[in-house]
Every structure is written in C-alpha cells, then in structure tokens.
Design a protein around this ligand. Structure first.
Ligand SMILES: Nc1ncnc2c1ncn2[C@@H]1O[C@H](COP(=O)(O)OP(=O)(O)OP(=O)(O)O)[C@@H](O)[C@H]1O
Ligand SMILES: [Mg+2]
Length: 327
C-alpha cells in the first residue's frame, strides 16, 4: 500500500436499527499519520461508525477499509493494527490499573512477562505509575480515561479509534487526555476521534467531518470549517433592555461576517438582554464594537468573545434547530 492512500476509508456505509438509520450513506477518508475528528450530536452515528470500522459491528451496506484491508473480509488483519477506546470504560473497577493493563496484555496474547513490562511502560507514559497499584474505582475521571487510553495501546496500534475520549471530564481531565493524544500522534499513530465538542475537534484534529443523522454534512480543516461557520462569536449583554435593538444594529455593522443571507447573523435574546453574532476577526470586531457602544452611550454589562457551540454549528449547517433523534 502506498503512503498516500488513506488508512481509513468508508464508502456509502449504511446501517439501520429498525427504522432508525444509524449510518445513512457515510463517506470518509483518513490520511495516514493524521488526526481525524468526527463531530456530531447524540445519535448522529459516531459510535456506530467507530464500532463498524473496528470490526465490532458487521459492515451493513457499503464498504469499509482499514490499513488497506477490507473490514468485512479481513477483520483479523484489521484487528491486529488497531486500538479502540470505547465510549464507555472497558476497565474493571475492582482491579488496579496495573492489573487491568496486564489483563489486556494477556488478551492480546502477550505472555505474562511481556504483559507486565508493557503495563509498566504504559503506566509511566500516562502518568499513572504512582497509582498503578490502586483499584480503578478510586481513580478520578481523567485518570480512568487515561487508563482506557493506555489499554487501547497495548499492542501499539497503527490506527487508534477514540470514541468520545473526554465526555464527562472536567477541563483539567480533558486537557490531560488531549496531551496524551498529542504525544501519540507525535509518535506517528493515525487517530480517528469522535467528539461532541467543537473545541476538542479544533484542538486535536487536522480534519473534521461533521456528522448528522448518519451522514457527513460538512468536512474540512478546522480553520476552514470555522471560517465557513462564521468562526468566533461576540456576545454582548446590555444593561438596558431598551437599547437591545440598537446594540444589535451596531453589532451587525461591526461584526464583519456576512451570513448566507448577505447580512450579519445577529441573534437577539431579549430575556438575557444579550445579542450575539459571528465575527471574522475577533480583536478588530471587539475594538470596533466597544468604540461604537461608547459613542452611542450604550452601557454593556458584559462583552465576550467565544467559539461557536455545537448547537450553533448545527444551526448554521442545517438551518434549523430540530430535535436530534432521542436515544
Ligand atoms: N443497538 C442499537 N439498537 C437500536 N438502535 C441503536 C443501537 N445502537 C445505536 N442505535 C441508534 O442509532 C443511532 C446512532 O447511534 P450512535 O450510538 O451511533 O450515535 P452516537 O453519535 O454515538 O451518539 P452519542 O453521542 O449519544 O454516543 C441512534 O439513533 C441510536 O439510537
Ligand atoms: Mg456514541
């Protein structure tokens, strides 16, 4: 296989559960040595995709290829080259971190001594050497997720699938996991990572596929996607609700981003006395806006620049805020 060929390829993948289309003609390619982020809300098909590529679900309709092997025809060859961090922890709470890793090593036929050596190596690598002998039940969320990550690396996979590696973690735990992922990628591992957080995909991924109802609705480098989505946003909370419309007009004039409609996409929230709009150049827009508010004698309680949320990404891409399929 040449190095240019994608190491993960999905073509027209379809899978239904009853009447639910979990995957609905999904196409995706992942380049060797890259981090590919799959961003989507609950029920968009992220886990179904990952489990299919990792040989845990039968390939329904379509074609799946990992490391040059057809997933349906050559599952063993695929399994030998991948690691999987499932959405839900696979480690045993009663066993210690070390025992868990040794157990995984044995499952991969490493033999006692090699399994123990690998466990030591991985505990050190993920900053768990000190707690390695304590039961996992006593670990923090971040430590647990790092142990999960260590377990998925027992056989040093060529390709690593991470299904929502940081969901439920506090910012510190999240940062710890991000650092671990970055160091893996530095070592050449290809990573396919699912997430519900735009910021996470932005932090880690070279490319992002946005998933909705089992299909890719947008794809590209984070910078490109963010630019398409309107990038950063400015929120202004005004003291006096009567000045809200005026503030919205000023924000529209200073934001510098045109919506699909040809005008700035300013949203107004009367209850929160808040207006919000995407901005192209955050610092320039912020400076202009603060100046304009002062010139018009409008008092702001809060002015903040922030990234769009996943909801806003979807609002922008799908043009409506329909309820996602309930679980
Ligand atoms: N075993 C199953 N039986 C029935 N329906 C399922 C099953 N697994 C998934 N589904 C449905 O398929 C769709 C996609 O589910 P999937 O778990 O792949 O989504 P997800 O993006 O991983 O969601 P989450 O962010 O909640 O983990 C959902 O509508 C879900 O309810
Ligand atoms: Mg999932």
């Amino acid at each position: 296989m040449n190095d240019e060929a994608p190491v993960v390829r999905a073509e027209g993948l379809r899978r239904t559960y009853g009447t639910t289309r979990a995957l609905d003609g999904l196409d995706m390619t992942v380049a060797r040595g890259s981090v590919h982020g799959v961003l989507g809300p609950n029920g968009s098909g992220k886990t179904t995709l990952v489990r299919t590529m990792a040989t845990l679900l039968r390939v329904g309709e379509g074609r799946a290829e990992v490391a040059g092997f057809d997933v349906a025809a050559r599952p063993k060859d695929v399994r030998r080259r991948i690691g999987l961090l499932g959405q839900h922890a696979a480690v045993d709470e009663e066993l210690s971190g070390r025992q868990n890793l040794e157990l995984f090593g044995r499952l991969y036929h490493l033999g006692g001594r090699r399994a123990a050596a690998r466990a030591t190596q991985l505990l050190e690598r993920f900053g768990l050497a000190d707690t390695g002998r304590k039961p996992v039940g006593t670990y923090s969320g971040g430590m647990r997720r790092r142990l999960d990550l260590a377990a998925s690396l027992i056989v040093d996979p060529e390709i690593l699938f991470l299904d929502e590696p940081t969901t439920g973690l506090d910012p510190r735990g999240r940062t710890e996991v991000w650092e671990s992922v970055r160091s893996l990628v530095g070592g050449g591992t290809t990573v396919l990572l699912t997430t519900q957080y735009l910021e996470e995909a932005d932090q880690l991924a070279d490319r992002i596929s946005v998933l909705d109802h089992g299909r890719v609705i947008a794809e590209g480098a984070p910078e490109r996607l963010k630019a398409d989505l309107g990038g950063d946003r400015i929120d202004v909370v005004v003291r006096d609700a009567d000045r809200l419309a005026e503030t919205a007009a000023l924000l529209a004039a200073t934001a510098g981003v045109q919506g699909a409609s040809g005008r700035a996409d300013v949203e107004t929230d009367p209850d929160g006395r808040r207006v919000s709009a995407p901005v192209a150049d955050r610092m320039a827009a912020l400076t202009r806006l603060v100046g304009a508010l002062r010139d018009h004698g409008i008092e702001a309680e809060d002015v903040a620049v922030r990234r769009p949320t996943l909801d806003e990404v979807f609002l922008h891409l799908t043009g409506d805020q329909k309820e996602k399929t309930p679980r």
